[in-house]
Ligand binder design. Structure first.
Ligand code: PBG
Length: 323
């Protein structure tokens, strides 16, 4: 055969394959999600997420210390709030004696080299299990913004690095940014959940937090999985309202959205490799259907290849050990 072009030449040896590899997983680009319990010494495995635990503050500090040794420096922390502290207004989210706020302050004091990201949303604290204020069965956008702004300021005051509004209310990035700036917190950043889809892949996370909606679903605020152009609208808004990093969520079924936003805005793009994506790999590996380690590497590589600058993933700690 007279073939002048033979792509296989660049796949000849391991060394050559490494030289010509376009995408590498870098553990400095991974964020590890952690679930915080109120009782300091508690540790509970989440049954639908093997290997992931809800941790009290003492255990959480221990976990962070182990991650730092493995080269994982960035964390997003979610609070597990007891039912009796939940109400319609999520008022515990900015209460003086809130254990989550206390823990955030403690973590940053003890490990100043970490990057700590918070969760800004009503659902962990809401008796309705929604990300917004509910009136007559509807999610009320503008009144929710006032609650999110109070929650954001309380979190910013703990010394964290980025707020992570995960609620999908309209106008929240601008409203939070203005509230922070007016109070002198110009250096606290916002990682905005920009294109967050109404997805089936959040199931295990809602188990972890016991935060499933008490009625209905989240389709009036989270995006329709069938829509791509709409993500560009959301991205334009969050960028112009002052977000520092945009996020696409989930990651795997939305690689095209990551690719779009990467080409649209000049700020970093994060992707959330969510709970259901993690559990799918763990479950099929347990059944012996796939090679777990190879599947994790392939999944994370594909998210970076699509254009993500940063990945939030429950695999972060195990990747720290593998890489
Ligand atoms: C809610 C929130 C969710 C996740 C992060 N923040 C779930 C939801 O929208 O119901 C999901 C993360 C995951 O599945 O890993 N504010």
């Amino acid at each position: 055969m007279n073939l002048s072009q033979r792509p296989r030449r660049n796949r000849k040896t391991e060394t050559i394959r490494n030289l010509t590899q376009e995408t590498w997983i870098n553990k400095k680009k991974l964020i590890y999600p952690l679930f915080l319990l109120e009782k300091p010494t508690a540790k509970q495995e989440i049954s639908s997420m093997p290997g992931i635990f809800r941790l009290g503050l003492e255990e959480l500090l221990h976990e962070i210390e182990e991650c730092l040794k493995l080269g994982i420096f960035s964390f997003v922390i979610f609070p597990v709030v007891e039912d009796q502290k939940k109400d319609k207004f999520a008022s515990y989210s900015y209460a003086q004696d809130n254990f989550y706020l206390h823990a955030l302050r403690y973590v940053k004091e003890k490990f100043p080299e970490t990057c700590i990201i918070t969760d800004v949303a009503m659902d962990p604290y809401s008796s309705d299990g929604h990300d917004g204020l509910v009136e007559n069965g509807k999610i009320i956008n503008d009144k929710t913004l006032e609650i999110l702004a109070k929650m954001s300021l309380a979190q910013a005051q703990t010394g964290i690095d980025y707020l992570g509004p995960s609620d999908m209310m309209d106008g929240r990035v601008g409203y939070i940014r203005e509230h922070l700036d007016q109070n002198g917190y110009t250096e606290v950043g916002i990682i905005s959940y920009t294109a967050k889809y109404a997805s089936a892949f959040y199931g295990p996370f809602r188990d972890a937090l016991d935060s499933a909606p008490r009625f209905g679903d989240k389709k009036t605020y989270q995006m329709n999985p069938a829509n791509a152009r709409e993500s560009e609208w959301e991205a334009e808004l969050d960028f112009s309202e002052g977000a520092d990093i945009l996020m696409v969520k989930p990651a795997l079924a939305y690689l095209d959205i990551i690719y779009r936003l990467k080409n649209q805005v000049p700020i970093p793009i994060a992707a959330y490799n969510v709970s259901g994506e993690y559990s799918m790999i763990k479950a099929s590996a347990k059944m012996g259907y796939i090679d777990e380690k190879k599947a994790i590497l392939e999944v994370l590589t594909s998210i970076f290849r699509a254009g993500a600058d940063i990945i939030l993933t429950y695999h972060a700690k195990e990747m720290g050990a593998i890489l």
